[in-house]
Design a binder for this molecule. Structure first.
Ligand code: NAP
Ligand code: ZN
Length: 343
């Protein structure tokens, strides 16, 4: 209800399902760090408007179909991510880059084209344009699929440029949280040599043994960082807080890329010489397209991967966010929305 960061029950009326829209009964919804940034009103890219219904990693059942929708049927289990509509006509929308459309509509803290507010997946129902729904493969349990719809595709989309080549790329995953753990699994499944770069050694055993990372670096250990200089082709940076980029840029080989997906609310910093002297690049990436989300779901099934999640009820949501702030999540909370009492 306000920037205190505490979530509390809230009742609202959803708009009528338009001709191109689906109404989903929400089954599960993931907790992403972006929800936390947004709840706290600290995102640099948007101002939080309260009351806010967060949640943008949604799996639900189609319970109402617009008259123009031909690709889904009632009862389908579908997923939705951070964006639930766009113009559908521009070059970006027509080239599988719809997440960058100027008229994209965010899953919450935004307005539908008719001016009514969007509300996210911490709710019994959500309304989305059918172009932004993906069918969940039958082989994937809905709660396991949930983190793929935002965190997973956020890692997959920028890593895809390093896929399908004979080269064994050496990649770094900076920050082992929701996005990071999926980044490790995706990069390993793409055949890369993967180094986890973490703020402490607390997650080392798990990273090496369960997530099958090849190497583990503690970012606060200067000796370890120096030894690893010039060793990586890319780093996927998932850190949600201020961090100086110089030490990470120095880990990259010449022509290496720092792929920023973490939405730190503060300005990040680096010296131009860090890029110039090694022809290095920094690029950002937002979510992924719907096509990439479908690709990822198939890739996940084909490679036999499993997300590492902790399923909780809605009454635990405030505690879950407190634990996320402390980095105490292995590695994604998923809300059992349909199994919670939302009255
Ligand atoms: P998360 O589960 O909280 O994980 C973030 C990880 O970063 C933590 O587990 C921790 O890993 C590390 N970390 C946290 N605070 C840090 C600090 N002060 N300094 C250094 N490392 C720190 O978060 P998430 O859900 O994965 O999201 C990560 C970020 O990506 C958020 O900013 C989120 O908004 C953003 N995001 C962006 C997109 C996009 O489209 N670009 C999509 C989804 C999320 P270690 O313990 O290993 O250090
Ligand atoms: Zn567009």
């Amino acid at each position: 209800m306000d920037s205190s960061g505490r979530l509390s029950p809230y009742s609202f009326h959803l708009r009528d399902t338009g001709p191109d829209y689906l109404l989903l009964r929400v089954l599960y919804c993931g907790l992403d760090h972006t929800d936390l940034h947004q709840i706290n009103g600290e995102l640099a890219s948007s101002t939080t408007k309260y009351p806010l219904v967060p949640g943008h990693e949604v799996v639900g059942e189609v319970v109402e179909l617009g008259s123009e929708v031909k690709t889904f049927t009632l009862g389908d289990i579908v997923g939705a991510g951070g964006i639930i509509d766009s113009c559908g006509e521009c070059n970006l929308c027509n080239s599988n880059l719809e997440q960058y459309c100027n008229h994209r509509v965010w899953a919450y803290n935004d307005v539908y084209k008719d001016g009514t507010p969007t509300h996210g997946g911490f709710s019994s129902f959500i309304s989305i344009h059918h172009r932004f729904a993906v069918k969940i493969p039958q082989k994937l349990a809905p709660e396991m699929a949930t983190p793929l719809l935002c965190a997973g595709v956020t890692a997959y989309s920028p890593l895809k440029q390093f896929m399908g080549s004979e080269t064994v790329f050496r990649g770094g995953i900076l920050g082992l949280g929701g996005v990071g753990h999926l980044g490790v699994m995706i990069a390993k499944a793409m055949g890369h040599h993967v180094t986890v770069i973490s703020s402490s050694d607390k997650k080392k055993e798990e990273a090496l043994h369960y997530l099958r990372a090849d190497d583990f670096l503690v970012s606060t250990n200067e000796d370890e960082m120096k030894r690893a200089a010039n060793s990586l082709d890319y780093i996927l940076d998932t850190v949600p807080a201020f961090h100086s980029l110089e030490s990470y840029l120095s880990l990259l080989k010449p022509e290496g890329k720092l792929l920023i997906v973490g939405a730190a609310p503060q300005r990040l910093q680096f010296f131009a010489s860090e890029l110039i002297t090694g022809k290095k690049a920094i690029m950002g990436s937002l979510l992924g397209s719907i096509k990439e989300t479908e690709e990822l779901l198939n890739f996940w099934v084909e490679k036999g991967l499993t997300t590492m999640i902790e399923v909780v009820k809605m009454e635990y949501v405030n505690e879950a966010f407190e634990r996320m702030k402390r980095g105490d999540v292995k590695y994604r909370f998923v809300l059992d929305v349909a199994g919670s009492n939302l009255e």
